[in-house]
Design a protein around this ligand. Structure first.
Ligand code: 2HG
Ligand code: ZN
Length: 479
């Protein structure tokens, strides 16, 4: 496992916390108030629960607590509120922006013991769950009723519903279903002072002023802790087919997308991988990639049935499509998906990365990508960009690998310069610095490329309303 590099860029630990660090009598107080296993200060647990999938900041929480109910969360937050102790909510910690890092003696509030999934309501097409429920467990619970919670990504086996909602997570089905926001009817939220809000219940329609539920979705745990949710379910889609096409170059990828989109066929996914990504999947992960090296890009398409032979033929014979395979069984479909979903994990195992999660209007993506393909070798010699992502949503992941010969410090400094270049250009193209991963700690300095000073001031004012002492997930999104 690679070690975290630094914990700089964070505010110092507040002085009043020193007594909690030095003396441990408050631990017994909490154990008495709740129960002995409510709180842990075990070093391995502190490290585990103090971080997410990023490796930039060193975890350093004061303790981790494991409530079982909304009421326990409320009592605990009030206890912290009265003592000015900061709290970091924690789901599956699969985030890639440092949104769940506890590096300043905060107490981590883990939702690991809040995993209940209620009965599926077939008439309403809803299910009520606790926020610690695992994403995939919700899929498994809904499936026998012919229903689906359409939030889906490679981390579904560890990510949690609360984390999905708090980050308004994206993933591989956004082209078909949109972001997590669309699939949340009701929320139970606890504010830092212990107040419990029940927002919208299971109502599809509720036209009664500002919909507070939507403020919490995507706010990365800085306004309140989501403890329960009523999820909206969708009938399972018809069967689908998965294909991997090799495409000569970028202009042809976009021509293919246009053709596929114009066909009017329902798409479950339209995903991209550059040749460099396919090479690491082949050489480092050891998987078979059934495409010829002539293809500069691999495009994974999942299409719903039924469709005609003519439609399929028109995609396969599109100009620039040099190669293609279609899965003949669910197992083969999984194998093709593994090529795409394995990219991020494989790259993470190879070295130190600087990650981008850009969003652009799809009509500007081609020009943007070709401009960057020219600039990187010209201005950032030695950097290898691995380009992949949810191209059908205008969402590009660019992972830059640290060259072996470069020190970590020099690499970070050079990436900061590159970020300025890159995001100035993203801003010019009316894109966003984060499509689906969020801002967390890692991208705070980039927020200004997507949000205006007025917008940032309004967000800060909102933080004041919900958490005037600034104790909940402090330092995330903005300082
Ligand atoms: C994906 O699409 C994930 O595979 C991870 O969002 C992207 O690691 C990344 O940059
Ligand atoms: Zn992604």
């Amino acid at each position: 496992m690679s070690k975290p590099q630094h914990s700089s860029g964070l505010m110092p630990v507040p002085a009043h916390l020193q007594k909690y660090i030095d003396q441990r009598d408050w631990l017994n107080e909490l154990r008495d108030l709740f129960y002995p296993e409510f709180i842990s200060v075990d070093a391995a647990e502190l490290e585990h629960f103090g971080r997410d999938w990023t490796r930039v900041y060193t975890p350093d929480p004061l303790a981790v607590v494991f409530p079982r109910t909304t009421l326990e969360v409320s009592h605990f937050l009030k206890w912290c509120f009265d003592r000015d102790i900061a709290v970091v909510p924690s789901g599956g910690r699969t985030g890639l922006a440092g949104g769940a890092i506890a590096a300043r003696k905060e107490i981590v509030l883990s939702l690991d013991r809040m995993r209940d999934i209620g009965p599926v309501n077939v008439l309403e097409r809803t299910v009520r769950v606790q926020a610690g429920a695992i994403t995939e467990a919700v899929h498994i619970a809904a499936k026998p009723q012919g229903l689906l919670w359409p939030v889906d990504f490679a981390s579904k086996g560890s990510s949690t519903v609360g984390g999905n909602i708090a980050t308004n997570a994206g993933g591989v089905r956004v082209i078909r279903y949109g972001l997590t926001r669309n699939w949340v009817l009701g929320l139970t939220v606890v504010l830092m002072d212990g107040r419990i809000l029940e927002l919208n219940g299971a109502l599809e329609k509720n036209n009664t002023g500002i919909d507070l539920r939507h403020l919490f979705i995507g706010s990365e745990g800085i306004l309140g802790v989501i403890t329960e949710a009523v999820l909206k379910l969708e009938p399972l889609p018809p069967e689908s087919d998965v294909m991997l096409l090799g495409v000569l170059d970028l202009p042809h990828v976009f021509k293919l997308f246009e053709r596929v989109r114009q066909s009017g066929q329902a798409l479950q996914a339209f995903e991209l991988m550059s040749r460099d990504c396919l090479n690491v999947i082949r050489e480092v992960r050891g998987l078979q990639v059934p495409l010829s090296p002539a293809a500069e890009y691999g495009v994974l398409i999942e299409v719903e049935r039924p469709y005609t032979d003519e439609i399929l033929e028109s995609w396969l014979s599109a100009p620039g499509v040099v190669d293609g395979v279609m899965a003949q069984s669910p197992a083969e479909a999984r194998q093709l998906w593994e090529l795409r979903e394995g990219v991020a994990e494989t790259l993470s195992g190879m070295g130190i990365l600087h990650k981008h999660d850009l969003s652009l209007p799809i009509s500007r993506l081609e020009a943007f990508m070709s401009e960057w393909a020219t600039r990187i070798p010209r201005d950032y010699a030695g950097f290898t960009p691995y380009v992949f992502g949810h191209i059908g949503d205008g969402n590009l992941h660019v992972n830059v690998m640290k060259p072996e010969s470069m020190s970590v410090e020099a690499f970070r400094a050079r990436c900061a310069e590159m970020d300025h270049d890159l995001f100035s250009y993203v801003q010019e193209c009316q894109g966003s610095v984060s499509a689906e991963h969020g801002i967390g700690l890692n991208k705070r300095h980039l927020l200004k490329y997507t949000r205006t000073p007025d917008e940032i001031a309004l967000m800060k004012a909102m933080k004041q309303v919900f958490d005037p002492k600034g104790l909940l997930n402090p330092g995330k999104i903005f300082e």
